[in-house]
Design a protein around this ligand. Structure first.
Ligand code: IPE
Ligand code: IPE
Ligand code: MG
Length: 254
């Protein structure tokens, strides 16, 4: 049988939460002499495959950056087509989500989406609400700075109304006011397409995420590439500010 990186993955050391900046659809289309939208269409195939693979591996949370606040500044024609693609994709993929016991969640400003897209997402979230497997979190009209400003405003209001004391504000308080409240921070953050930046994604939550950058364009990001990223993650030592020696002696204690 052919070698697959999957066989080397240690199921005991899986990241609980993987977040992905899905980038490179436009360049993939260009490489193939196609219009940008066909790159996005191909990208949906990757979303389907990676979601299935993550569910199968028992990963608990998969967050996908699908549309940023800044993406509203793209040509109107591309924005409209992307919104239509989102609607089509949800309609087509809901059965697969149900079959794989996947629960859909979203983060971002859904109210900025066209009504139809917002309704589709809300409908799918309601339909999959009882599923107990992978939680698939789609970031839509999301940006970390938007989210942080929103949290600061909410906390300020609560202080004004006497519901929150300034001296009680800690890391947990801030986390609970972000759109990812209740979702653990990503252990692994992947970006495809060779760009070495975060582009306003999960700035607070990725404070201690392991970063993985691959030149692979999103439509070319196969399940095998995903396994490689997981293997790379498993080869790292997460120290959270401590020393290697401390980690070793901590391990011995358990
Ligand atoms: C990522 O692909 C998808 C979205 C941001 C919606 P891009 O559309 O950014 O593709 P490139 O970066 O132009 O290749
Ligand atoms: C980041 O990709 C946003 C998403 C993947 C949705 P972009 O292609 O928009 O990022 P920049 O503009 O190159 O940083
Ligand atoms: Mg891009």
């Amino acid at each position: 049988m052919e070698y697959t990186a999957k066989d080397s993955i240690n199921r005991e050391r899986m990241p609980r939460h993987v977040a992905i900046i899905m980038d490179g659809n436009g360049r993939w289309a260009k490489q193939h002499g196609l219009v940008r939208m066909l790159g996005h269409r191909q990208g949906v195939e990757t979303v389907h495959n990676i979601t299935e693979a993550a569910a199968e591996l028992g990963i608990k949370y998969l967050t996908l950056y699908a549309f940023s606040t800044e993406n509203w500044n793209r040509p109107q024609q591309e924005v409209d087509a992307l919104m239509e693609l989102l609607v089509d994709t949800i309609a087509k993929e809901t059965d697969t989500l149900m079959k794989n016991n996947v629960r859909l969640l979203t983060i971002g400003d859904l109210s900025r989406l066209p009504k139809k897209a917002e309704e589709k997402f809300r409908g799918c979230m309601a339909q999959t609400a009882g599923n107990t497997g992978l939680k698939l979190v789609i970031a839509l009209s999301y940006s970390a700075r938007w989210e942080i400003i929103r949290a600061v405003k909410q906390m300020s209001n609560e202080v004004k109304e006497g519901k929150l004391r300034i001296e009680d504000i800690n890391e947990e308080t801030v986390s609970e006011h972000l759109t990812t409240a209740g979702i653990p921070d990503p252990d692994l953050l992947i970006r495809t397409s060779g760009e070495l930046r975060i582009s306003n994604f999960l700035l607070w939550q990725s404070a201690y995420s392991e970063l993985y950058f691959t030149p692979c364009l999103w439509p070319d990001f196969t399940v095998e590439e995903f396994y490689k990223a997981l293997l790379d993650y498993q080869s790292r030592e997460r120290r959270f500010g401590k020393t290697s020696e401390q980690l070793l002696s901590d391990q011995k204690k358990y």
